[in-house]
Write a protein that binds this ligand. Sequence first.
Ligand code: ADP
Ligand code: MG
Length: 308
Amino acid sequence: METKFDKTVEILFELKVADVMRKDIISIGPSDMMSQLKKTLQERRISGLPVVKGSNLVGVISIEDLIRWLSDGDADQRVEEVMSKNPQCLYADQPLIHAVKKFDQFGFGRFPVLDRESGKLVGIITRGVIINGTLKKLEKEYKEEEIRQYRASHFFGDISADQKKVTLKFKISGKDFDNAGKASTTMKKNLKRMGIQPDIIQRAAIASYEAEMNVVIYTNGGVMQYTITEDKLSLNVTDSGPGIDDIEKAMQPGYTTSESWVKELGFGAGMGLPNIKKCSDKMDLQSEVGKGTTLKIEILIGEDHEVK
Ligand SMILES: Nc1ncnc2c1ncn2[C@@H]1O[C@H](COP(=O)(O)OP(=O)(O)O)[C@@H](O)[C@H]1O
Ligand SMILES: [Mg+2]
């Protein structure tokens, strides 16, 4: 409910008076007889209308004016003698929220809409057209969101069999703390766009971020590559040294060789590799001292993937 209300208010700011106003204006002339007004209101089933001379607005007249005239007016009176002059108007380029405020403020049934430059009458706005216009826009946005979600969930269904694979590749520079984490955040955005399940994205993001930080902190740089297929997300991180001499030890929770300045930055608690393992369905870490390290992980993304 809360979000829907917010959305409606947002739409009232987005839409312009011109977007929803009625352009097929039913009007009457100032020198027309009041009996003519009665006929028009009855025939067109409306409760009021603008009084127009040429294309200039000179007043508005409503069913209330007609009732007053019926009870104590002269039979041969003209519209201009009964109408309200200098009516409250709206401009076509105003946000719709102005119209809503004006209805609240004055309690009238309709407002003439003028073109700001020419001052000419270009439309009529009633509460009814505001409601219709807002609902139409809400419906359109809802449909667009539905389509977007449909596309996302059918991402793989829409591409042909031999192309059921998406690869993203990033270069990671060693010791470049300004850009540290960029590869992981870019990947996260892409996974979201593809409609990958949020719990998978979360796990992938954690594993990716820890792996990326290790390359930034401990190595001279490397490459991070994501491959997304229908059933799994594979992450491959390769760096060019210095390598890890005891992988078993490095994998232990709390083990770290990080220097104090790294710890001061909030990294180096020795939980990176254990976290990567926890977030993956499969993990393989290979390293050669002096050459480099390759980390490969897989996260299953099929319908029946295990929720961790
Ligand atoms: N790509 C790598 N190259 C060299 N050493 C690494 C690499 N990744 C991790 N290490 C070593 O493994 C240790 C543990 O890594 P990790 O579990 O991520 O914890 P932390 O980064 O907090 O130290 C690191 O302190 C480092 O010595
Ligand atoms: Mg680490």
